[in-house]
Design a protein around this ligand. Structure first.
Ligand code: ZN
Length: 191
């Protein structure tokens, strides 16, 4: 794996987590790794939560319009029935799944599978977005992706919401969110 100084594990599975704010290239990086696994003739299965219907129902799609076919699931445990023969499991938008995802990823990795999970590590207020903190704790490999702050050009790891809604989850893209650095990020006044 070119993204780590370690050698690839032998005779075991493992967990990789790609974490960051919106527009930081998480899905792009997930797609890149899964594509390479496919080229290496590995059986790859990709999942995303039923909540995220942006762009396409049956694909994971990055903001730069890369895409790969994926299975839409409501409960993370549905992964088991679809991944019997898979060598590599990709999971996108992990922050929308329940904390069962920890047990599911551990079980898959224990069965010898490579599990690659991408997700938002903080909500729009900058609060750690469960279950990502727990996933980061059990992962062997962690990649933090940074975006560019739209205000000042610094590396950005916060998602700025441009609406005043106080719901934790509003699915959207550049119309309601943008990347900001620590200095430029603020919590919108709730109405
Ligand atoms: Zn900034």
């Amino acid at each position: 794996m070119e993204f780590t100084p370690h050698s690839t594990p032998k005779d075991t599975g493992w967990i990789e987590v790609i974490a960051g704010c919106m527009f930081s290239g998480k899905t792009e990086e997930l797609i890149r790794r899964l594509r390479r696994a496919t080229i290496a003739k590995q059986n790859v299965k990709i999942f995303k939560p039923a909540i995220d219907l942006r762009f396409s129902e049956n694909s994971i799609v990055s903001h730069n319009e890369q895409s790969l076919p994926s299975v839409l699931i409501k409960d993370i445990k549905e992964v088991f029935e679809h991944s019997k023969d898979a060598h590599v499991i990709g999971i996108d938008e992990a922050q929308f799944f329940s904390s069962d995802i920890i047990e599911v990823c551990n079980k898959l990795a224990n069965e010898g599978k490579r599990v690659i999970v991408a997700g938002l590590d903080q909500d729009y207020k900058g609060i750690p977005f469960e279950p990502m903190p727990q996933l980061l704790a059990v992962a062997e490999y962690i990649t933090k992706t940074l975006a560019i702050c739209v205000e000042c050009g610094n590396p950005a790891d916060k998602t700025q919401r441009k609406t005043t809604s106080s719901e934790r989850v509003i699915v959207g893209a550049a119309d309601i969110y943008e990347a900001r650095c620590r200095r430029c990020h603020y919590i919108p006044e709730e109405k």
